[in-house]
Design a protein around this ligand. Sequence first.
Ligand code: PLP
Length: 321
Amino acid sequence: MHRGTSYGPCHYKIGAGDEVITTPMTFIATANTVEYCGATPVFVDVEPETGNMDASLLEKAITPRTKAIIPVHLYGQMCDMKKIREIADKHKLIVIEDAAHCVEGVRDGIRPGQLSDMVCYSFYATKNLACGEGGAITCNDAAMHEWLLKARQHGMSKSAADRYSVRYQHYDMEFLGFKYNLSNIAASLLIHQLDRLGGYLDQKEAIAKQFDEGFAANPFVRKPAVLPASVHARHLYTIWVDPAKRDQYMHQLQEAGLGVAVNFRALHLMHFYTSKYGYKRGDFPVSEKMGDSTITLPFYPRLSQEEVNYIIQTVNTTVTA
Ligand SMILES: Cc1ncc(COP(=O)(O)O)c(C=O)c1O
């Protein structure tokens, strides 16, 4: 958010010496953002049923240096935002949601953005709302919003629209910003998808139901729990298999033509984080086990019935004793 003073009047001052709490069961981008600020990512383990931040571990990880919490709504299922907000308020911390998987999610009647200070979304090619690359930040604070509008365009006081739409206006450079604006071309791809999100989600929900039923009798296929009375954004459909055989299964599934993936191997065990912070196996055992067991299956709205049947059949004949 803020390195030294050159980034201007951003009032979320997170920099060297500060800590930001997140989980290791996420894409590397989540913790890397903390590194970019010069701050230290601190991990708490995840719930074994969902892979989401285990809010009961949060307070133990908070120190006088903690500035923010980044809950990750893994695969599209929301974290326990009520509990996380309560703890954040008690310790006066900022909450920034990583909703890269969760545009559509709802839990306890709460949607992303309702109980946090900011939400980060991703529009990367695989996401439910996608334009190839890019993302968005939403926030509840007018001053932060104004800072973001400038920060995304080099710290300029006027955008191109401000400068040219009526009479030319000069811009100033108020602080050292970035070049992180989404292009209008990318935005034009996104805008029409907004209306279709509900329909895509219904289609993915129906496919998830078939997968659930198709794997129900296979004791070697386990999967994350879906919480009752919630809306799962259904970004990814993952299964958990025997960690000793996971890679072998992956290769067999690939050979059978399935586009499988791993989301994610535990982040604290990546070379950068082990070598910088000395993390080792055993530090976050739930995330590690999940990272060793997980396989992501092909899962998109336009899968044909034949493809859905083939995925179920191939997984059940591959993932066996
Ligand atoms: C959980 C999570 N957070 C953050 C990101 C980063 O998004 P982007 O690729 O748009 O930088 C991703 C991307 O795939 C993700 O899965």
